[in-house]
Design a protein around this ligand. Structure first.
Ligand code: ADP
Ligand code: MG
Length: 472
């Protein structure tokens, strides 16, 4: 091959790079070499069959045009795969410890079956790490996620050769509403059934695995491993970036769906809002079953919390969260499932580290910053005592004292009544906060005031004013 041929080839590559951009260029063309130019035919080589077919179907005309811009005698571009013998000689042997290391953490054994030694490829094929807690058993079904859960179960339970009911299954929702949980549940259940291999990949893993597979010249192995998969699960599709990655995603998606394999996808938005994807992919995504999961309702939040406590008790038998505390968290903490978990984790940590029992008071303090901002201000017992004392012109220590003179007894009863009606504290707790009184004393005070406000208009009005002051 002459030097002028090599010069032309350099200019063609530069031309290609400016046309397709660095990103695409380095994914598809960086490993392309010029083999020969003979009578108007240019022969180029790439390291894998996959690259060859991809370039042929997507960039053949582009490449030819770039050549013709340099050499008008060129009429044809041929693509060949460089010697596989040479290539296999440089592929390192799989490291034996890798399989053992990954065996416990990753989805399945695909990585182990491959004779590819590169750890990144290995890992990419083995799937993203799975959380053993995210199964169907721990997924609580409520109004907002019934359909998504049913569809996910159907996918997980389908047998090889069963007709595919909807493909892809596309689940979307806001953050923390259970998408990852459902997808991992599908993966666990599907792989446990052993019918079809289920591979769970985050979009990042998909990008990373694919790009690194290209770099290590094992795109073919990657593709072949993908072909062995019955169900491909891709989480957080909104993070898929880069034109070439998206092209590859599109290719994989089409190949799998056309071959009757199941694809399951989660994203934080519907397919129509995936702006960076091209129209064909979007319509392909929208062509299966698209299910939205709504916000977790209060009931569902409570059920999730109960399930979490039960699960936590398996490891921490002494961890006991009274129902009113769970009710309080379900009511006040945001709709996000992650915050619910965070709230319980704090209670657990507090309980373990200090040995103090979980109480409403503790819960209120620990989860304060997780409370929905639009929630009306939570009233504190100290505030009640302060406001009541000021109103009746007594001191706060009078309210807490054991003095029984009329001018402190009534204000004390009013304060206890307000504590009961404006906070979620239990009677014993209120008693404790009022100078260590018994809960029956508190109950008596509450009943007393309840009885009085029915007849005493002035008192009723006083209490209304106090309430308003406290809630402002
Ligand atoms: P997403 O992927 O939608 O952002 P995740 O699946 O990561 O949300 O869920 C966040 C947290 O909430 C996880 O701990 C998950 O287990 C929990 N969670 C969400 N929905 C449910 C549910 N229906 N049942 C049990 N736990 C749930
Ligand atoms: Mg997620």
């Amino acid at each position: 091959m002459s030097n002028t041929d090599q010069d032309s080839w350099s200019r063609v590559k530069e031309h290609l790079r400016t046309e397709v951009g660095d990103d695409v260029y380095s994914s598809w063309f960086a490993r392309m070499d010029l083999e020969a130019i003979e009578e108007g035919a240019v022969r180029l080589s790439v390291p894998t069959r996959f690259l060859k077919s991809w370039i042929q179907s997507h960039y053949a005309e582009r490449v030819l045009a770039c050549w013709q811009a340099q050499e008008d005698k060129v009429t044809r571009v041929e693509l060949i795969v460089r010697s596989a013998v040479l290539k296999s000689a440089v592929v390192p042997k799989p490291k034996p410890d890798l399989a053992a290391e990954n065996g416990g953490r990753y989805t399945n054994g695909i990585g182990r079956a491959l004779s590819v030694g590169d750890p990144s490829v290995h890992e990419a094929l083995g799937g993203s790490p799975l959380d053993p807690r995210l199964t169907f058993d721990t997924f609580v079904v409520g109004r907002s996620n019934t359909l998504a859960q049913a569809a996910a179960k159907q996918v997980a339970g389908a047998k090889r050769g069963d007709p595919v009911m909807f493909n892809p299954l596309y689940i979307h929702s806001g953050v923390g509403l259970g998408k990852t949980h459902l997808l991992q549940a599908v993966t666990w259940a599907g792989n446990a059934a052993g019918e079809r291999k289920v591979l769970y990949l985050t979009a990042e893993k998909f990008m990373y695995g694919f790009v690194s597979a290209l770099r290590t010249q094992t795109a073919l192995a990657f593709k072949e491993a993908l072909r062995g998969i019955g169900v491909l699960v891709i989480d957080d599709l909104q993070f898929l970036q880069g034109k070439s990655t998206q092209a590859e995603f599109c290719h994989t998606l089409n190949a799998l769906i056309d071959a009757g394999r199941q694809v399951v996808i989660a994203s934080d938005r519907p397919p129509s809002d995936l702006e960076s994807l091209d129209d064909r992919v979007r319509s392909r995504l929208a062509g299966g079953l698209v299910v939205e999961m709504g916000a977790l309702g209060e009931e569902l939040r409570l059920e999730i919390l109960k399930a979490r406590v039960t699960a936590a008790r398996a490891h921490h038998p002494a961890f006991d969260v009274p129902l009113p505390v769970l009710g309080y968290i379900a009511k006040t903490v945001t709709h996000n499932g992650r915050d619910l978990e965070g709230a319980l984790n704090r209670l657990l940590a507090h309980n373990k580290l200090t040995g103090h029992a979980v109480t409403l008071e503790m819960a209120e303090r620990e989860v304060r910053d997780l409370i929905r901002p639009q929630e009306p201000k939570r009233v504190k017992i100290e505030d009640i005592q302060r406001v009541v004392a000021r109103q009746y012109n007594v001191s706060r220590s009078d309210l807490l004292s054991s003095r029984r003179t009329a001018n402190v007894v009534r204000p004390r009863q009013v304060a206890m009544y307000l504590a009961k009606t404006l906070t979620l504290r239990s009677l014993p707790e209120i008693g404790r906060r009022f100078g260590g009184r018994d809960h029956t004393t508190v109950l008596h005070a509450v009943r007393k005031i309840e009885g009085l406000v029915g007849n005493d208009m002035a008192l009723a009005e006083e209490i209304e004013i106090l309430k308003r002051q406290l809630q402002e």
